[in-house]
Design a protein around this ligand. Structure first.
Ligand code: ADP
Ligand code: G6P
Length: 473
């Protein structure tokens, strides 16, 4: 399908990660909503992608399946430790996810973060100077919050946008950061700053208002004391609905699904799919499952909970601890409830799975558990309803009130508070008891709401906002 290209400037995307991965068959374009959605624009405009990779020296300028230049920012191991494992993932990540674990404040990490953002700015400036027209620069996520300011100084002629893929917390939490002013000033140098929801956007606006007295907020525009205007945009990221619908029905998926159906025949299947991250509420979910099985002995044979946990950030202490806790909990539940001669109730996969397998699991599930303690958006929820609808399924979505996706889904999802472990276990029961016609109608509406705002809508509207705001005096 051809998509409208929302800018005629070259698009330069800047993100911590490059959209490539190294496989047995060499370097390949990474699968993922952001890459899929940006590919048409970046390719049509002759753009580039700038980011970091573990193996920066080896990253080729081009990979198959993505016709844009790749530029890897080489970083030393010490820089990666301070910037990525430290400041980004042990300070900002927990703080911006409402302190589900305690953030660590470490001045050497902050210095590394600033240094790496500066390193990115230098590489970007070199890339841009070699281009014929000033490109549109679009910076992604919490790893690079100082970058807009560093780019504005070096490249004043380029429209400049930023999008935050995680929540923006209330000002009381931002206040804990000794470097909050620098971070806010870093972001405010962009022409447009995007967030998934109005709540995150409003938190940002309130934080800015506390930083400078007298900032006027006129609709979506912030008027700063120096006369500059910055547009703040609330616009949820989404998925490529066509691509997932096709994936859900392709032959490989059907084969995987047939195998899974055989394996889980006669059982109701609950599913969780998450990076193994403490924000995802996996432990709370397992505790609810435990209560569910405790109350319903019959279910012990007629029920399966499959948790796919994708390995993530395992150089970070809190992530390693989480893995131990989750695996202990899985062992405890299976030890307690497995009946001789029968399968275990909890299937735990600590690995990534192929796209076809992922889609097959989505189609298999009777109840999808998306129960994060805090999540900026959660694409898994959108992928699930899309794959179910494509397969004419009637699976139910149990969705946390603390996931950004809830705002779009409203009451068609079964809303839960993952901190209330017992309450969540009753909702799991209720999900099983929903009338099938009701389940199907809910699923249709959920899938329709994803279809009506897919990732192309998101890219169009973000790029449009950045272009328009950069043209204002
Ligand atoms: P986060 O960005 O915090 O990881 P999201 O739910 O927004 O959470 O996005 C996760 C993405 O990772 C989804 O697009 C999903 O398809 C992908 N993903 C999740 N599990 C797997 C897996 N086992 N194998 C491959 N991709 C996965
Ligand atoms: C979240 C962040 C992304 C990040 C992803 C995976 O979705 O918003 O920026 O890329 O998690 O985490 P990782 O640390 O492996 O890049």
């Amino acid at each position: 399908m051809s998509h409208h290209v929302p800018t005629d400037r070259p698009l330069v995307v800047i993100a911590n990660r490059l959209p490539v991965s190294q496989t047995d068959d060499g370097w390949q374009a990474a699968a993922g909503g952001l890459v899929t959605a940006l590919r048409p624009v970046i390719e049509a405009t002759g753009g580039a992608w700038i980011g970091w990779d573990d193996d920066a020296e080896a990253v080729p300028r081009r990979v198959e399946g993505l016709a844009c230049d790749l530029h890897a920012v080489p970083l030393s191991r010490a820089q990666v430790r301070g910037y990525y494992h430290g400041f980004a993932n042990r300070t900002i990540w927990p703080l911006f996810h409402d302190l589900v674990v305690q953030p660590v404040i470490d001045r050497s990490w902050w210095r590394a973060y600033a240094e790496v953002n500066n390193r990115f700015a230098e590489v970007i400036a070199d890339v841009v100077r070699a281009m014929d027209t000033p490109p549109l620069l679009w910076v992604q996520d919490y790893h690079l919050m100082l970058l807009p300011e560093m780019l504005r100084r070096r490249l004043p002629d380029s429209p400049l946008g930023f999008f935050l893929h995680i929540p923006f917390p209330p000002p009381e939490l931002v206040a804990r950061l000794p470097w909050r002013n620098q971070l806010l000033e870093g972001l405010l140098a962009a022409d447009a700053v995007g967030f998934h929801t109005r709540l995150y956007r409003d938190n940002f606006v309130r934080s800015v208002q506390q930083l400078y007295g007298g900032v006027a907020s006129l609709g979506d525009t912030l008027a700063l004391p120096d006369g500059r205007h910055v547009r703040t945009v609330a616009n949820p990221i989404s998925i490529d609905v066509e691509e997932f619908s096709e994936l859900a029905r392709d032959d490989e998926t059907e084969e995987e699904l047939a195998e899974l159906r055989e394996q889980f025949e006669g059982r109701r299947v609950f599913l969780g799919v998450d990076r193994l991250d403490y924000t995802k509420g996996i432990r709370h979910r397992l505790q609810s499952i435990q209560l569910l099985l405790e109350r319903n002995p019959r279910l012990r044979r007629e029920f399966a909970f499959i948790q796919i946990a994708v390995p993530s950030r395992d150089d970070v202490k809190e992530y390693r601890e989480l893995r131990t806790e989750v695996e202990t909990e899985v062992g405890r539940i299976n030890g307690r409830f497995t009946e001789p001669g029968h399968d275990v109730p909890v299937h735990y996969l600590y690995r990534g799975v192929s796209r076809a397998k992922l889609a097959a699991y989505y189609r298999l599930a009777d109840v999808m558990c998306v129960t994060p303690l805090k999540d900026g958006m959660n694409l898994v929820a959108k992928e699930f309803v899309t794959c179910q609808a494509a397969g004419d399924g009637d699976g139910a979505l149990l969705l946390s009130e603390f996931a950004g996706a809830l705002l779009e889904f409203g009451d068609d999802a079964i809303r839960c508070n993952p901190f209330d472990v017992e309450g969540m276990s009753y909702l799991m029961e209720a999900a099983l008891d929903l009338d099938p016609a009701d389940r199907r109608a809910r699923l249709r509406r959920l899938a329709e709401s994803v279809r009506s705002a897919d990732v192309y809508t998101w890219v169009d509207s973000q790029l449009g906002e950045i272009e328009r705001s950069s043209r204002r005096p």
